[in-house]
Write a protein that binds this ligand. Structure first.
Ligand code: PB1
Ligand code: ZN
Length: 329
């Protein structure tokens, strides 16, 4: 055929094939989710989330030491209060200075000075009703009370030493509220604000909710997480959060929302874009590999390749420990 039809030449060698990718996975792109509970010495496997554990504060260092040695750069902390009486309508225990998240932030800052600590900010683990905010009598979210509370919790985590706060609540206006409070508190220059800007409701969070005990006690999250078909809403939320001061934009889930990741990269071309390969995606890959559909390692890489191709340069991944073994750099 004519010369323009000859594409094979461009990817005839492994290195040439790697050059075809705009972004390559490196250890510094990975953020590893950790579930920290108030049972200081527990280390409990989470049945629905392969190889993931709920750990008490006393079990964090021994577990993380070898991972940090292998090149772990960042973790995102999810608090799991197990003690009776730690949940109420306001999520009071979320910023308890003796709670698992604040204690873990302090401990990890002290023990691993180079580890970048992200604190997830939400109320669903701490509220009796399990929603990501404070409710009105009719069961809907009270936006003002929720945003006030979420921003207080974010500041508390930042003051405890979190390098980054990531509000996963999806209340309108929480990015602006957090940014303003960080400014008022005089610490804004030290705290990255990573917005879960485009976070969709759906069926992919089940294993996480098992792990964190954070399922809503009634109803669902359809009125605050985005509808899966809402690409326009996602674009509007991304634009809004950039304007409200987000330093990083996150899309979640990842593989079923690659178009939204590419929209985020287009709309936030001057910001890093993060993507969260959520518990359901992770568990699905494990289940399929176990069923013999494909090789686990191959799919861990292929699913991540697609997330990178869509425009993400930060990936929250439960595969992080394996990638630390599989990747050179
Ligand atoms: N704050 C919401 C937590 C939300 C799950 C949910 O909607 O219940 C995600 C955590 N940021 C789930 C993450 C995951 O499934 O891995
Ligand atoms: Zn939540």
């Amino acid at each position: 055929g004519d010369i323009s039809s000859q594409l094979h030449a461009g990817y005839s060698h492994p290195l040439a094939r790697s050059w075809q990718a705009e972004r390559q996975l490196t250890k510094s792109m990975l953020i590893f989710p950790l579930f920290v509970s108030d049972q200081d010495d527990e280390e409990v496997l989470i049945p629905s989330l392969p190889n993931q554990y709920r750990r008490g504060v006393n079990k964090l260092i021994p577990y993380l030491e070898p991972l940090v040695h292998k090149g772990l750069r960042s973790v995102i902390l999810f608090g799991v209060p197990m003690r009776p009486g730690t949940k109420d309508a306001l999520g009071t225990s979320a910023d308890d200075p003796e709670g698992p998240v604040i204690r873990s932030i302090r401990l990890l800052r002290q023990r691993f000075p180079h580890l970048y600590i992200v604190a997830d900010v939400c109320l669903c683990e701490y509220t009796s009703h399990g929603h990501c905010g404070i409710l009105r009598d009719d069961g809907s979210l009270n936006n003002q009370l929720s945003v006030d509370r979420i921003s207080d919790v974010a500041v508390a985590y930042a003051q405890a030493g979190a390098h980054c706060v990531a509000p996963s609540d999806m209340n309108d206006g929480r990015i602006r509220a957090i940014k303003l409070k960080l400014i008022e508190t005089g610490i804004v220059h030290n705290v990255t604000l990573m917005s879960y800007a485009a976070k969709f409701s759906g069926c992919l969070y089940g294993p996480f909710r098992d792990a964190a005990g954070s399922a809503p006690s009634f109803g669902d999250r359809r009125c605050y997480q985005l509808p899966p078909g809402g690409r326009g809403l996602a674009r509007r939320a991304i634009i809004r959060d950039i304007n409200e001061g987000a330093d990083i934009i996150m899309v979640k889930p990842a593989s079923q929302y690659l178009d939204v990741i590419s929209d985020a990269k287009e709309l936030g071309k001057d910001l890093p874009i993060a993507a969260y390969q959520v518990s359901g995606e992770f568990a699905m890959i494990h289940a399929a590999a176990k069923a013999g559909v494909f090789d686990l390692k191959a799919m861990a890489f292929e699913s991540t390749e697609g997330i990178l191709r869509a425009g993400a340069t930060i990936i929250i991944s439960y595969f992080t420990p394996e990638f630390l073994d599989w990747l050179e750099n």
